[in-house]
Design a protein. Structure first.
Length: 83
């Protein structure tokens, strides 16, 4: 779940732009809270958003849900984006 959350937040930030970015924003900080274990889930849904990007810093939030609708984990992230 950690890898899924970490890799989903920056793409969420780029959806507001028409062109693909030729780079990625490395994580400065990633905080993950695990709520439930669900080894039997067929798939995971990662709901990622990026509410703000300003001055080279990009914020992200993600929630990870099981196939039966349980919230498994939550994450926040701060990323560095240089232009």
């Amino acid at each position: 779940m950690l890898l899924a959350a970490d890799s989903a937040m920056y793409p969420a930030a780029t959806f507001a732009h028409d062109e693909l970015f030729p780079y990625i924003a490395p994580s400065l900080e990633l905080v993950m809270s695990f709520h439930l274990a669900s080894a039997d889930s067929e798939w995971l849904l990662v709901d990622a958003v990026s509410p703000v990007s300003e001055g080279g810093l990009v914020a992200g939030r993600a929630s990870i849900w099981s196939s039966d609708g349980r919230l498994l984990a939550s994450a926040t992230q701060q990323m560095l984006q240089r232009s």
